[in-house]
Design a protein around this ligand. Structure first.
Ligand SMILES: [Zn+2]
Ligand SMILES: [Zn+2]
Length: 289
């Protein structure tokens, strides 16, 4: 295959909108992608595919290739692992019904975190968190923003440090699905399953088992991966014959600048993802041996 044509084309494959805890609308995300001259983007909101249709339409108008995706919160051997799904069939009924269960878990967790804050005499109201989140996949960042908005914390960092970080007084552990189930769920929706930001989880020992269960790729490039960490995961991708992905994990502005496009992969990786997704789709269509 000739990749020469695509040497100046890049993709950011890890992005969030306000359908989860990002701040951009799908349309704003697409216009930021255009500003960054990205050839392709993937939307990977937490536990939802709701923003995909609007993002796809906005990208189409701007001649940007769009990949529908999601980032599922999962675990394996008590390690929290985020699994990215790419090329998901966003109408897949099994996917949608499982996603609605994850969202119910997220909503319950908001009530629990607010209850803990109230016990600490922090008078935050859960309805204020839900109003601010205004989506079905609320999470800790929304609680943090609500704390700041209500004047109960000076900054998002303070909200996390004082209350919301793991093992802080208002932190509530999140019930997660097994990473192996997440991979299966993504595959049955014709998607590719990719381990997100492995450098953040530092649980390389789970990779062989995930590969055994059909993991398709690994996110080698990420905002929080140093060059050395990216190189380490490129070696792992090579060793296990995994597809390589990467993205900024943009949730909006970061330090006064949009994060989208700050981490991007050459388009040839998108081409490889597309080939693998087409294989999965055709093997799903054919009866399994
Ligand atoms: Zn993540
Ligand atoms: Zn993410």
């Amino acid at each position: 295959m000739d990749f020469g044509l695509w040497t100046d084309m890049f993709a950011d494959l890890h992005l969030h909108t306000n359908f989860s805890d990002g701040t951009y609308t799908p349309e704003e995300l697409a216009s930021q992608a255009a500003r960054q001259q990205l050839a392709a983007i993937a939307l990977t909101d937490h536990d939802t595919v709701e923003g995909c249709e609007r993002a796809a339409n906005a990208c189409k108008a701007l001649e940007i290739e769009f990949i529908s995706g999601a980032e599922l919160t999962a675990e394996h051997n008590e390690n929290e692992i985020h699994i990215l799904g790419y090329f998901l069939d966003t109408q897949n009924q099994t996917l949608l019904s499982e996603i609605s269960k994850f969202q119910a878990v997220r909503q319950k967790r908001i009530y629990e975190m607010v209850a803990r804050l109230n016990e600490l005499n922090v008078p935050l109201r859960s309805e204020d968190v839900f109003a601010l989140a205004n989506c079905r996949s609320p999470g800790r960042p929304h609680v943090a923003r609500a704390l700041v908005k209500a004047g109960l914390c000076g900054s998002l960092d303070e909200a996390f440090e004082r209350f919301l970080k793991k093992h802080r007084p208002a932190w509530v552990p999140k019930a997660k699905i097994s990473a192996l189930v997440a991979i299966e769920l993504i595959h049955q929706a014709n998607g590719l399953a990719v381990m997100a930001h492995p450098g953040l989880n530092r649980s390389d020992e789970v990779i062989p088992e995930l590969v055994e269960s059909g993991l398709d790729g690994i996110e080698c490039f990420h905002t929080k991966h140093s060059t050395a960490i990216s190189e380490h995961y490129l070696e792992i991708a090579d060793k296990f014959n995994l597809l390589v992905t990467g993205g900024s994990d943009c949730h909006g502005m970061s330090k006064g600048k949009p994060l989208i496009g700050t981490v991007k992969v050459p388009y040839q990786h998108v081409q490889k993802l597309k080939s693998r997704a087409a294989e999965i789709k055709s093997s799903a269509a054919a009866p399994r041996a």
